[in-house]
Design a protein around this ligand. Structure first.
Ligand SMILES: Cc1cc2nc3c(=O)[nH]c(=O)nc-3n(C[C@H](O)[C@H](O)[C@H](O)COP(=O)(O)O)c2cc1C
Ligand code: SF4
Ligand code: SF4
Length: 256
């Protein structure tokens, strides 16, 4: 069973290609997270958990959710990360998660995908050439990963140095708590009150009142609302004006 969370499509794209290669089912965790559905999972086949990287780890809200689920059936797990280029200590996080859930960790694989983090001033968004080049390199990596999973071979990935884990372990939760917040989101005059932003938020953090979105306190900066607004009517403080919004589907078709 392939499980994924995706804000802007990168992880969904990779998860669906892996599921297709494996001939396995592919579960979008969006609805389960949004409705707080904690019913247990059952899979005959190996679990494959696919996640984007936020702040050098898998998103903390996602890990919290996955920790609350019972994984029945098969007791083996692979992890697939999609990032803009650096997965930090996600591998260590994945190993610890597997240990806690009594799942046998069979390794992880990192897919470098286009940057989606528009509401940030540290990293520039990728240009079109880089976007297509990253997608093309990722496509070439799918088959070897699928073959390894099919044959239950260990997936090899970059060594994570102890110093990385020691820095990231305290840094990621603090950054997540104080920086991945919604207070600077606002809608502009272009907003037509369509309600899409409300529907695409995995944390139910947006309510459209009198045709205007209002953001609440729980946000994880997944970039779904700002990137999926059809009118480009969402901005984040002074960080997003004039910048492109990234959605994978604008560059390649996601096979459903
Ligand atoms: C809040 C946030 C934090 C991110 N942090 C990192 C990071 O630490 N390292 C990195 O390489 N990419 C980082 N990225 C980029 C994403 O991991 C990358 O674009 C990912 O493929 C997005 O997946 P999605 O389209 O499935 O949501 C971050 C993106 C967001 C939104
Ligand atoms: S998606 Fe965009 S246009 Fe639609 S309600 Fe939200 S901000 Fe307004
Ligand atoms: S408010 Fe926007 S960025 Fe924050 S979690 Fe919801 S959809 Fe993602």
């Amino acid at each position: 069973m392939v499980l994924y969370f995706s804000g802007t499509g990168n992880t969904e794209y990779i998860a669906r290609l892996i599921a297709e290669g494996l001939g396995d089912e592919c579960i979008d965790l969006f609805d389960r997270i949004r409705t707080n559905d904690k019913s247990s999972l059952y899979s005959e086949k190996t679990y494959v958990i696919c996640a984007p990287i936020y702040v050098c780890e898998m998103p903390l809200f996602l890990m919290k959710y996955l920790k609350s689920i019972i994984f029945n059936g098969n007791n083996k797990v692979y992890f697939i990360f999609t990032s803009g280029g650096y997965c930090g200590s996600a591998k260590v996080q994945a190993k610890l998660f597997s240990l806690k859930k009594n799942l046998r960790f069979l390794g992880c694989s990192e897919f470098v995908m286009p940057r989606n983090y528009v509401a940030n001033n540290r990293y520039a968004m990728d240009d079109e050439e880089v976007i297509y080049s990253k997608i093309s390199k990722a496509n070439k990596k799918i088959n070897p990963v699928v073959e390894a999973i099919k044959n239950e071979r260990k997936l090899k990935s970059r060594h994570v140095w102890l110093f990385e884990t020691l820095i990231i372990a305290p840094f990621a939760p603090i950054w997540t708590k104080y920086k991945l917040i919604a207070k600077d989101f606002y809608s502009t005059e272009e907003c037509v009150g369509c309600g899409i932003c409300e529907k695409v938020c995995p944390l139910n953090n947006i309510e459209v009142i009198s045709k205007k979105p209002e953001w609440g306190e729980s946000c994880t900066h997944c970039m779904a609302c700002i990137s999926k607004c059809p009118k480009k009517a969402i901005e984040y403080g002074n960080l997003t004006q004039g910048k492109m919004r990234y959605l994978l589907k604008d560059y390649v078709k996601i096979k459903k």
